[in-house]
Write a protein of this length. Structure first.
Length: 178
């Protein structure tokens, strides 16, 4: 079939439907990227990945690991104080640091992160201008929950949980590797 400009227009409905079915939603897409970023983490206690997004574009990514040029937990071990590793920089902090190094504003951005943020990261994300946090796994932190309720009540930030369904991830992988 030709359009009014004389160009041939071809629509394979079967292929188009397959693409529609397997195409990730924006939440699936960005959470998949955050999970993939977490594979770079160098603290074996918990591997966390994060990606800052605005207007559908990735601004910065981060994962937990030692500061630039320093020894990683996987090389020297974790420095554990009160049950937390103090050698690793959190993924959320690394997103902010990467954006700062590259001169990228995070004002109004959404952060996709594999785990619920700690209270320090929440405060930094608020001050960096992040307006929404989308996390997959809950990491209980009563202080974060308290601060978050106040920030949400004041309209400063929103947070929501989004879980990738394993069967969807398998569908994406089949599409990539078959």
């Amino acid at each position: 079939m030709k359009d009014e400009d004389g160009f041939e227009v071809v629509l394979d409905r079967k292929k188009a439907e397959r693409v529609r079915r397997v195409r990730p939603s924006k939440d699936e897409y960005f959470m998949l990227i955050a999970k993939f970023v977490s594979l770079r983490a160098t603290c074996p206690r918990l591997r966390v990945g994060a990606v800052a997004v605005k207007d559908g574009y990735i601004l910065a990514t981060g994962y937990n690991g030692a500061p630039r040029g320093m020894d990683h937990c996987i090389d020297k071990g974790c420095i554990v104080v009160d049950g937390h590793c103090h050698r690793a920089v959190h993924a959320e902090q690394n997103v902010i640091a990467m954006a700062a190094r590259k001169g990228i504003s995070l004002e109004g951005a959404t952060l996709y992160v594999t785990h619920f943020p700690c209270d320090t990261c929440l405060k930094l994300l608020i001050n960096a201008g992040i307006k929404e946090i989308v996390y997959e796994e809950m990491y209980p932190n009563s202080v974060t929950e308290l601060l978050l309720r106040e920030a949400e009540d004041k309209g400063i930030i929103r947070i929501r949980q989004f879980r990738l369904r394993e069967e969807r991830v398998r569908e994406f992988l089949r599409e990539l590797f078959e």
